[in-house]
Ligand binder design. Sequence first.
Ligand SMILES: [Zn+2]
Length: 361
Amino acid sequence: MVRHLRPPFPCLLLALCLLLTARIAAQPQTSWTVTPLPVFELHSGFWINLHHTLYQEARQRRASTSRDANAAKPAPSAKTVLAGKGPLTEPEQKAWDDAVAYYAANYANKDLLFTTELIQLKDQLGDFEDCDELSGRKRKFCDAGLPPNLTQVLEAAAPVYRAHLWPEHDQANRRWILQVAPLVREQGVGLSERLADIYQTRWPHEKIRVDVVSYANWAGAYTTVDPLRVTISSLDPRNQGPQALEVLFHEGSHGIAEQVQTAIIRECRQRDKPIPRDLWHALVFYTTGEVIRTVLTSSPASQGDKSNGVAKNEYSAYAVREGLYQRGWKNYLELLQRFWQPYLDGKATFDDAIARMVSSL
Ligand SMILES: [Zn+2]
């Protein structure tokens, strides 16, 4: 339905250097750029941010409408992300409301991570970040090939978003990128090699594209494959400080952890056991957390900056901090500490560690 084309020009890279810490001025589509980072390329793209903002607003409206229906009360006007952003003119309000209504009707009940249509649309809007239109009316190569209704809706909502929300979202995205960039520059290659070793595979040869957006999904970040792309929320409180590095590498690991899933499934089949839901994901959380903790507690980049400063043994892995093990993964944590940790410490093989975990389920 959505043609998946790449624009005939390179997407400008948003990798940053510390020299840019001065003032982060919001700009239109044109990327500010600079020294490329290793492993990841970080983008703050206009259309993909607009898309996620509309999706979020449509979901909020839907949720508030269904709450009101359940309570059998008349629906109050939905609280919108534009509330408090200054008065909108009547045409602006209409364009925005129409766009939210379109998203509510077409996308709000679909999951960003599991719906092919939404994955392709997201990738497409990321690719066209340097265009100020999607129809190709002004510039042929800016024809994104989207359904005409959607193109119309997005182009009509774009000036409203650009005037009222984008400067603040773009600035937050760039701030997030600036904050994580020194750690990626210092530790990125080593981390990617270590994780690829652990999962007995290779880290992707090409840099992983990361779209930094104000709102990502309920989890604060998600990753889609073929092509491998990461979407991370710059405003989500779970993604801040040194944890930003863990979120990046956790998401990137989604692209290389297939061996783990395959091995778990194989061991379960051999033992005639049901395949445990999420064990592989708990393992990825555990592994990234351990690897990042080791690196952050000895990293000059993290020590040099108070906001990133992590004293020895103080770093708390994402899954611990967010209570994931307490919410149904307690058993997995025990298995990981008992059988997977020795593998991370070089005292067991990959196959043995997985086999022992599965046999203890
Ligand atoms: Zn994950």
